[in-house]
Ligand binder design. Structure first.
Ligand code: ADP
Ligand code: MG
Length: 167
């Protein structure tokens, strides 16, 4: 049975990274993962887990100046293209990044990609991260997060997210 939507709760940044690592095992060249959620929700933390799971070079961070960064694989797999679209205002600017050039052979992960990156691929995963406390409330080092994984397109038919992502 296919599960198109899955909610996973994590209790710490390491647990969030672990879910990203598990997701990476399902990812293939051409896949697009759109990460949404407020500032500080854990999008970059989750992307770090994907990077670790893919075995790519370099730290996955929130780049100050660079919007898109390519992390080559150290294990003969697809590179990770990590995009932080926070500073982008519209789809036109996302087009300027030429993500389509790398799309087919890379795994593309776009933070703040909701609405922006949806046009990149009809087959995509959306992972929404949210804190359980009110926005603006003092952040703790270890806090629960709810991750909602949603699959779009036939690429994910038959993929068992619950089995793969939950420990
Ligand atoms: P974003 O990219 O969404 O702005 P970051 O991943 O950069 O968010 O930051 C998330 C912050 O929240 C980090 O400081 C991280 O240590 C902290 N944090 C606390 N609990 C969690 C959790 N369960 N999952 C992810 N991050 C968490
Ligand atoms: Mg970020």
């Amino acid at each position: 049975m296919t599960d198109r939507v899955l909610e996973v709760e994590t209790s710490s940044p390491d647990r969030t990274r672990e879910v990203g690592r598990r997701l990476a095992r399902l990812l293939r060249p051409g896949d697009v993962v759109v990460l949404s959620g407020d500032l500080g929700a854990g999008k970059t933390t989750f992307a770090q887990g994907i990077g670790a799971g893919l075995g790519v070079r370099g730290d996955v961070t929130s780049p100050t100046f660079v919007i898109s960064r390519v992390h080559p694989s150290l294990v003969g797999g697809p590179p990770l293209v990590h995009v932080d679209a926070y500073r982008l205002r519209g789809g036109a600017e996302l087009d300027d990044l030429d993500l389509a050039e790398t799309l087919d052979h890379a795994v593309t992960v776009v933070e703040w990609g909701d609405g922006l990156a949806d046009s990149l691929s009809a087959d995509r995963l959306r992972v929404h991260l949210r804190r359980l406390v009110a926005p603006g409330q003092l952040a703790l080092a270890d806090e629960p997060r709810i991750l909602t994984v949603q699959a779009f397109g036939s690429r994910w038919d038959g993929v068992r997210f619950a089995e793969s992502l939950r420990s």
